[in-house]
Design a protein around this ligand. Structure first.
Ligand code: ASP
Ligand code: CP
Length: 324
């Protein structure tokens, strides 16, 4: 059970690589030192049950979600409440906010910034968080911008790997699934490249291959890349198997989605090939690609991964509010 961070604040003067009180829009804002500091602050968010902290008392977070969410919205809200702050939110902003009457995102963000101390935004357009940050005079945290990025997810993914394996150097990560529209893959592969010796293998449906510009950026950053359709061979040397769902909502043609969705699944042959030290992650939700039978495998880390969203988001909110 996570409880709000009331641990000793002796490290409070530490300077993160991104501006305290600033936006969280992309993993490109972080360096390895800032990541380690976020993890250290997150570590301090595990304390014995003692009720919510009062660190964020009197402060308000606005959670504005134009796309569905279970984990991101609720873990952000839990994190804010555990810090002693308050929450205002709209979970179906496309229908239930004045966006349904034609209000622009810019106007909505300007207005919400007048009501809350920070904004957590999920929106279907790539670049929406950046746009929000341009008009809002409070910190904006990107909770997923269309097929663009999901930076806070990547932070908790990396945190899970760090806690599970004890480090992030020299990893072989197999990214299975939709690498074209999968924003969690985009963010995580850009984040892990901050650590030396990374090898990524992409196992993606033919119509959901990683964007060429992303691959070029990774190669330029010194990452060793493999692109293959042989999942079993790929996982034989994997440290991390990062499974993702095919992003149905991004495909204009349903038959293209069906074609992609049938390609890969974590079956018994994949589990057999994955080394005993490998870990299986999934940002969730899962559909068919990760059967429930995998849940009892000792390498299945995805439920713990989802839980770690709370301390990571406590750390991010605390830094954005300047209270941690
Ligand atoms: N929940 C993650 C996201 O919002 C992954 C997914 O939906 O497949 O990007
Ligand atoms: N991992 C994740 O973003 O989950 P939700 O879409 O449920 O928020």
């Amino acid at each position: 059970m996570y409880r709000a961070c009331i641990a000793d604040d002796s490290e409070g003067g530490a300077v993160l690589g991104w501006k305290a009180g600033g936006h969280v829009l992309s993993v490109r804002q972080f360096d390895s030192a800032s990541l380690k500091e976020i993890f250290a602050v997150s570590d301090r968010c595990f304390v014995p049950p003692s009720g919510p902290s009062r660190l964020a008392e009197g402060r308000l977070m606005a959670a504005i979600f134009y796309e569905p969410s279970t984990r991101t919205r609720l873990s952000f809200e839990a994190a804010m409440l555990r810090l002693g702050g308050g929450v205002i939110s709209t979970e179906n902003a496309a229908q239930m906010s004045s966006a349904a009457k034609g209000e622009s995102l810019r106007d909505t963000m300007r207005i919400v910034a007048g009501y809350a101390d920070l904004i957590v935004l999920r929106h279907h357009d790539q670049g929406s968080a950046q746009l929000a940050a341009e008009v809002a005079d409070v910190p904006v945290l990107n909770a997923g911008d269309g097929p663009g990025e999901h930076p806070t997810q990547a932070l908790l993914d990396a945190y899970t790997i760090q806690r599970w394996r004890g480090g992030l150097d020299g990893l072989h990560t197999v990214f299975m699934g939709d690498s074209l529209y999968g924003r969690t893959i985009h963010s995580l592969c850009l984040l892990l490249r901050l650590f030396p010796g990374q090898h990524y293998t992409f196992v993606a449906p033919p119509n959901a291959q990683p964007p060429r510009a992303l691959l070029q950026e990774l190669v330029a950053g010194g990452v060793r890349l493999t692109v293959t359709s042989d999942l079993v061979a790929a996982v034989r040397s994997a440290d991390v198997l990062y499974v993702t769902r095919v992003q149905r909502e991004r495909f204009a043609d349903p038959s293209e989605y069906e074609r992609a969705a049938r390609c890969y699944r974590v079956g018994p042959e994949v589990l057999e090939a994955l080394p005993p030290t490998g870990i299986i992650l999934h940002p969730l939700p899962r559909v068919n690609e990760l059967p429930e039978e995998v849940d009892t495998d000792p390498r299945a880390a995805y439920f713990q991964q989802a839980r770690l969203g709370v301390p990571i988001r406590m750390a991010l909110l605390g830094r954005a509010l300047g209270v941690l």
